[in-house]
Design a protein around this ligand. Structure first.
Ligand SMILES: [Zn+2]
Ligand SMILES: [Zn+2]
Length: 156
């Protein structure tokens, strides 16, 4: 891995965070709600949900990019960055926050605690509209999200 490759991976992680936030807000809570709604309904932690189809689609896209590129060019490293983002997302969102694996992991790290609080605020809204906190690896301060949630839903 060269310095260029490392920078490419970091840039891909940053772009992914923006892209995922936009995708979550406008597609998953837009015309893609039929798949994503399952993630905003109560369910057993161990069960598969229709929303998991998004992970399948993103995994297929990353595999296609790996196949198109090779480790000397940029495409392969972009695919690597997307895969790394996906692994981080799966670990934090599915394992840490939604407890889909039986792991007793209770982080004391402030950044992780903020991610958890911010994502629970996303889940405070069960409907397609009026949600907050669509990003993931970056979370705004919890107070800011709470104020936005109140503003959007007109409640205390
Ligand atoms: Zn959502
Ligand atoms: Zn969630």
């Amino acid at each position: 891995m060269s310095l260029t490759h490392l920078l490419l991976v970091i840039a891909t992680l940053l772009v992914m965070e923006f892209a995922v936030a936009l995708f979550h807000r406008h597609v998953m809570h837009g015309f893609g709600w039929a798949w994503h709604a399952s993630h905003h309904e109560p369910r057993k932690a161990s069960a598969w949900e229709r929303n998991d189809l998004y992970a399948v689609v993103f995994t297929a896209a990353a595999i296609a990019l790996f196949a198109l590129g090779d480790p000397n060019g940029p495409v392969w490293w972009i695919a690597f960055g997307i895969t790394l983002y996906g692994l981080l997302y799966g670990l934090l969102h599915d394992v840490l926050i939604h407890r889909r694996l039986p792991l007793a992991w209770k982080p004391r790290n402030r950044y992780l605690q903020r991610l958890i609080a911010a994502h629970h605020m996303h889940h405070a809204v069960k409907t397609r509209e009026n949600g907050v906190s669509f990003g993931f690896l970056y979370a705004p301060p919890v107070e800011q999200l709470r104020a936005e949630l109140r503003r959007r839903n007109g409640q205390a």
